[in-house]
Design a binder for this molecule. Structure first.
Ligand SMILES: NC(=O)C1=CN([C@@H]2O[C@H](COP(=O)(O)OP(=O)(O)OC[C@H]3O[C@@H](n4cnc5c(N)ncnc54)[C@H](OP(=O)(O)O)[C@@H]3O)[C@@H](O)[C@H]2O)C=CC1
Ligand SMILES: O=C([O-])CC(=O)C(=O)O
Length: 279
């Protein structure tokens, strides 16, 4: 996909055009992947293939479901990972090495130093880039600026209804079904959180990657029977001043533990990539 930009600074017109339609392949047919897929037409983006686990291939699906990048019917401009940590580990390095840019929501996977290194090496080898979707949180732009000065402390608190923690290590310390009070089930670094809660602490990773890193960012995770949204809070202090941010994110109907904003952030990233001028 090649972008062209036509401007008339002193005059009237400013136009951005695409010389060809962007082509993508999406990993993940779940809540986030389906949301993103549903927005492609209005972005004028073509999905050339769905990337699935081995054994789920279906050449007759539209677009075809393939479990190997080499089986895609056309080369994509971008592989979009909406599959989670294992999907990024399985397909990310291969896609990057093959020269495809990758956009991921699975930011917590980067807490694994081995995978992070494999992705970086593959991106360099393929002259490609791993793009990180901002996910279910905001204020990451402010953190990224703040870390250019001394950033002393960043704390992220994630609060979800008890059902939002089903399938996570919270189940080993709490009775989620009968919880009556908000209860902290994890306190530690963003690295520990991201590795232990692959479906729930990608936001912790986004905060860490934007600010002072996985090992200095502190995280608290709470199961709260009194909330019906996914509530994410950031507080930070440093040379820039101080910051507090809170969002109450509506869950996606197909998977309420994933906030709608996470899926929307992928769509937003796609929109930005299509622009010649943008963030
Ligand atoms: N950055 C952020 O703020 C957020 C990030 N996330 C991340 O996004 C991920 C997806 O969320 P969501 O859509 O709600 O989850 P869902 O469980 O609804 O869907 C996950 C999809 O990914 C597929 N998948 C999983 N592993 C693989 C793999 N190894 N190879 C190919 N496909 C795979 C699943 O296929 P199958 O049916 O075969 O298992 C399924 O289609 C979460 O696991 C989480 O890591 C989620 C929320 C917020
Ligand atoms: O979607 C959310 O609210 C956050 C989430 O699951 C994650 O950080 O992985």
């Amino acid at each position: 996909m090649i972008l062209t930009c036509r401007t008339a600074i002193n005059g009237s017109s400013f136009a951005i055009t695409r010389s060809s339609q962007m082509k993508v392949a999406i990993i993940g047919q779940g809540a986030i992947g389906s949301f993103v897929r549903g927005k492609l037409a209005q972005l004028d983006i073509t999905e050339v293939g769905q990337i699935v686990r081995s054994g789920k291939d279906d050449a007759n699906a539209v677009p075809p479901m393939v479990s190997e990048l080499a089986a895609l019917p056309e080369k994509p401009d971008l592989v979009i990972d909406c599959g989670g940590h294992t999907a990024l580990a399985e397909f990310g390095p291969l896609a990057l090495e093959a020269g495809f840019d990758v956009l991921t929501v699975s930011l917590g996977a980067l807490a694994d130093t081995d995978l992070e290194a494999r992705l970086a090496v593959a991106a360099k080898a393929g002259n490609a880039r791993l793009h990180l979707a901002s996910g279910a949180i905001g204020a990451l732009d402010a953190l990224r600026s703040a870390v250019s000065g001394d950033l002393d402390a960043v704390v992220y608190t994630g609060r979800k209804p008890p059902q939002g923690w089903v399938g996570s290590p919270a189940e080993t310390v709490l009775k989620l079904d009968t919880l009556t009070e908000a209860t902290v089930h994890f306190e530690g670094t963003a690295r520990e959180a991201a590795l232990r809660y692959p479906k729930n602490a990608n936001v912790a990773a986004a905060v860490a990657l934007s600010g002072i890193g996985f090992d200095r960012t502190r995280v608290k995770l709470i199961a709260d029977p009194h909330v019906d949204k996914n509530v994410h809070q950031i507080s930070a202090q440093g040379e820039f001043g101080s910051l507090t941010f809170e969002i109450s994110g509506a869950g996606l109907p197909e998977n309420p533990k994933s906030s709608a904003l996470a899926a929307m952030s992928v769509v937003a990233a796609l929109r930005e990539m299509q622009k010649a001028v943008g963030f």
